[in-house]
Design a protein around this ligand. Structure first.
Ligand SMILES: Cc1cc2nc3c(=O)[nH]c(=O)nc-3n(C[C@H](O)[C@H](O)[C@H](O)COP(=O)(O)OP(=O)(O)OC[C@H]3O[C@@H](n4cnc5c(N)ncnc54)[C@H](O)[C@@H]3O)c2cc1C
Length: 512
């Protein structure tokens, strides 16, 4: 029997969250889909691994856009609609902020959050709630406009707050609320999840982040992020998608400006009308398109013009005592020696010591995350790719251990417990690990930086100009919805929608 069909409607490169979302949506519409994944299992970064007999989450801190049962948000609803039934657990808090002069745990719910901030900074309730409500209004507009684009005059009429704030940075909009510095600091910790300092972070992005995470809370799958990937892959196969693992796509075949297939490292040439790529446009346009003469100059200009965002450095530990016995009291801790996000962003260009850490103890979200009498604790920072690109192979081991030790020492000092004395298992994930494991360009997990010059609103308007090769779509953090597991699903859906829209347009044109 032949391994591959003679022809597919769509080939998806990469069987992680974005690619699998594309595959699910296309199979749901009856298209023949082949997913080629270079690893021996699905999920990409949404995975887990086993050390000393204990399953350990590789990445996920918390997921946005899931929402409670019966009132799912867009990612939770999409998965349910596709028949992917993940066992979601709600994360118990927004975060514990450990900042100069601040030690407080804040909880989701716009009013709850504003009340808790008010307790720390009396007299701010009304203003904080007004700011959060503004975020929520903008968030609703973004959700609606991403599905139903409309003319500018209509937008102004129906989405006034979105239009009025779209051209401003987070810092500029926050200034208009005239909040005391401490209240501003308490609103800032999630900034690292989108990776730009507030003077360069579009308020639209900040709004989506705050309205989703603070408004609805965040979720994790009971059996780690790999539960989601595995269930997505399983469901896709039930729906007729062919998934082949250990198949690295080396080339995307193009003729006369149009995609016609791919070639794998094994040498198979497989044909399709459309290709959806998880690989970064940087990689695709510089080495994967065959022949490279099919890559228009404009495509290279686009990738060179965009700034890569953040990568990840994470120390993941299994400790030999329950969390509370080690002084770990929260699911999520954001700890920094300042909350000046612009300063912290500049600092992320280096190789540490990093001044802003995000820590997770999964046991508070899922008491069964590790065997009884133990706990998991991870310390993560999200550096810019620049600094790590310069590390040579000879230096790598020393730099990796120095940075990990600094992070462990910092948190040990904070808890008043020497964490090193309690480590049962430890794994250090570096930007190189991410690059090696997923093939992501420079290990960049965040795609292209959202800045005031290049952000979601502008990208939505120019998306049609960035279709350089017919039939080629992209799905991953490098696309419009940006980074994160929830946005990966949305990016995958968008790529599938582009394919479906194109097929529909061609059918309509042929019928005329
Ligand atoms: C330490 C860490 C912590 C994180 N924490 C969170 C969090 O708390 N919340 C959150 O929402 N997000 C988090 N993220 C980010 C999130 O994991 C990613 O944004 C998301 O999972 C990306 O999914 P993806 O499908 O776009 O790509 P990836 O997971 O990067 O997958 C790409 C896939 O494509 C495959 N592939 C690539 N090239 C080829 C090729 N040429 N041929 C075949 N296959 C190929 C790869 O093998 C991989 O499976 C974290 C990431 C890290 C590293």
């Amino acid at each position: 029997m032949k391994f591959y069909k003679d022809h597919y409607d769509v080939i998806v490169i990469g069987g992680a969250l974005a690619g699998l979302s594309s595959a699910l949506m296309l199979a749901d519409k009856g298209l023949s889909v082949l997913v080629l994944e270079r690893h021996n299992l699905p999920g990409g970064i949404a995975t887990s691994f086993v050390r000393g007999g204990i399953e350990i989450e590789a990445a996920l801190h918390e997921m946005m856009s899931i929402g409670p049962e019966g009132n799912r948000l867009k990612v939770g609803k999409f998965l349910e609609d596709m028949g992917v039934n993940v066992d979601w657990l709600k994360v118990p808090e927004a975060y514990h902020a450990s900042l100069p002069g601040i030690e407080v745990t804040l909880h989701p719910g716009l009013e709850t959050f504003a009340r808790e901030v008010d307790k720390e900074v009396p007299g701010t309730y009304e203003k904080v709630l007004k700011l959060l409500n503004l975020c929520h209004t903008v968030f609703d507009s973004v959700n609606e406009l991403s599905i139903h684009p409309m003319s500018k005059p209509m937008m102004l009429l129906m989405h006034e707050a979105f239009v009025k704030t779209a051209g401003y940075s987070t810092a500029e909009v926050m200034d208009t609320f005239d909040l005391p510095q401490k209240a501003r600091d308490l609103l800032a910790p999630y900034w690292i999840y989108v990776g730009s300092g507030f003077s360069d972070l579009p308020f639209t992005i900040f709004s989506v982040l705050m309205a989703d995470y603070i408004g609805y809370g965040s979720y994790i799958p009971r059996k780690f992020s790999h539960e989601m990937s595995l269930k997505m892959a399983e469901r896709a196969e039930e729906m007729g998608v062919q998934i082949e693992y250990r198949q690295h796509v080396e080339k995307i075949l193009v003729k006369d400006g149009k995609v016609y297939g791919v070639r794998t490292a094994r040498g198979d040439e497989i044909y399709a009308d459309y290709v959806i790529s998880a690989a970064y446009p940087n990689k695709v346009y510089t080495s994967m398109i065959e022949p490279l003469s099919e890559v228009p100059e404009k495509a290279l200009k686009m990738v060179n013009g965009r700034r890569l965002s953040l990568t990840a450095f994470s120390v993941i530990m299994i400790l030999d005592k329950p969390a509370e016995e080690l002084g770990i009291k929260d699911y999520s801790i954001f700890r920094g020696d300042t909350m000046d996000t612009d300063e912290l962003y500049r600092d992320l260009a280096g190789l540490g010591p990093y001044r802003y850490l995000t820590c997770i103890c999964h046991n508070y979200g899922n008491p069964e995350a590790t065997p009884e009498g133990t706990c998991s604790f991870s310390i993560t920072t999200l550096p810019r790719v620049d600094g790590w690109k310069a590390v040579t192979a000879d230096e790598y081991d020393a730099v990796k251990h120095r940075v990990a030790e600094q992070m462990i020492d910092d948190m040990s000092k904070y808890f008043g417990v020497q964490l090193r004395d309690h480590i049962l298992e430890i794994v250090i994930e570096t930007p190189m690990t991410v690059a090696h494991y997923t093939g992501m360009w420079n290990g960049c997990i965040y795609g292209y930086a959202h800045t005031m010059e290049d952000h979601i609103v502008a990208r939505l308007q120019t998306a049609h100009e960035e279709k350089f090769i017919q039939g080629l779509e992209f799905a991953g953090a490098h696309q419009i919805s940006g980074d994160g597991m929830g946005p990966a699903v949305t990016n995958g859906r968008k790529a599938a929608k582009n394919v479906l829209d194109d097929i529909k347009a061609k059918k309509e044109a042929a019928a005329k």
